[in-house]
Design a binder for this molecule. Sequence first.
Ligand code: URP
Ligand code: ZN
Length: 445
Amino acid sequence: MKQSQILIKSGHVINYNGSHDVDILIEGNKIRLIGQGLNFPGAHVIDASGKYVIPGGIDTHVHFALPTFAGQTADDFLTGSHAALWGGTTSVIDFVTPLHGQSLVDAYLERRAQADSALVNVFLHVSPVEWTDSTAEQMQTLVKDYGVRSFKVYMAYKKSIGIDDQTLIKVMETAKQLDALVISHCENDEIIEYLRDKFYSQGKVEPLYHPSSRPDDAEAEAINRLSLYAKVLDVSVYAVHVSTEQGINIIRQRQKQGVKFFAETCPQYLTFTDEVYNAPFEQAAKYVMSPPLRKEHDRQALWEALSDGTVSTIGTDHCSFTNAQKAMGKDDFRKIPNGAGGVEHRLEILYTHGVASGRITMQQFVQLTSFNAANIFRIKGKGEIKQGYDADIVVWDPEARRVVSVENHKMAADNNIYEGMEVIGQADTVILGGKIVKDKGQLFV
Ligand code: URP
Ligand code: ZN
């Protein structure tokens, strides 16, 4: 819906550092004016009384159109971003994962072109999957010429995209010189690969053996190793999808020592425990993701870490597969494609189980869903409702209630890990770059 001026009236505007009852004038793609009692004849007025007005969400971790051994993930950039907007997320950060031998820059340009079909702002983390004579130079080109801010490394998956520690250290040193951030999937690959094969050879083939083969110690060990390198080399790091109490305790301790260690967790680790794996194949396979869902004490520790600031961001690790794709692992849990969808539900899950349950404040909600991501990944003009900033804005209805269902979700997969969950709050109106893209239950894209 194209309007030259939009006036959001009477909303309760929440920023990371405070809240105000003010009106917002949007002109073009920017926030032009913020103040009380604004009136602009001719402007399209959105009545936000009784609602929160918050910065558009930034999901720090999505995998749209990811090629895997089970085929491409269910959501591509179009369907994934459609679902993101529906839920109040206006920016996502996806990944560039080159083939061995492919230049990081070529892989980046390919992925960038693929992301053109997205309906939201797309930023990209880039993964060095090996170290060659030109890796440092390619990283420099990406930072200087293409504005890349973050390099993702996998401490797991060493048989494919994971790297050894010598490579990790070189990536960290190079990123430091370029003032970029190293973000890491932290799991100890050696023990995981050993356990996966051991269970399978013992005839333990059900989804239940997925969490058993990826113990919390494996995550904690890798987080500890990363934190040690970060401390010794004085490099900033960020652990994606932290899922364990042990991991949180290590990160908290390192942060107290002055190590610049940022952490992300995901809605699924805040919501479920590993009990979901005690179910028939189709039900359990939906929850097969890495790292796996954990114990109740881990879930509680993650909420505590959101509340005390140890964890800065919520990314969904959206990586959706259809039931048919998941069924590839019917007789071998190692062949169940890892991942689940969630980009549509990030804000409502965090609002329901965080704000409405009294675990976090509305300001923390904004910090966790947009502001911290914009700061950590230096996404200019986003994450705040501020004059001159991009008009990516969500009018949030705190009273709305609904039940999540695969029957009406926007994501492409024919399953939903949140199926049947009652959620509170919803993105009533979504404005992206100054255009109303969702209003009164309708998308205009
Ligand atoms: O199971 C997951 N999370 N799949 C996506 C890839 C990754 O490890 O982040
Ligand atoms: Zn991921």
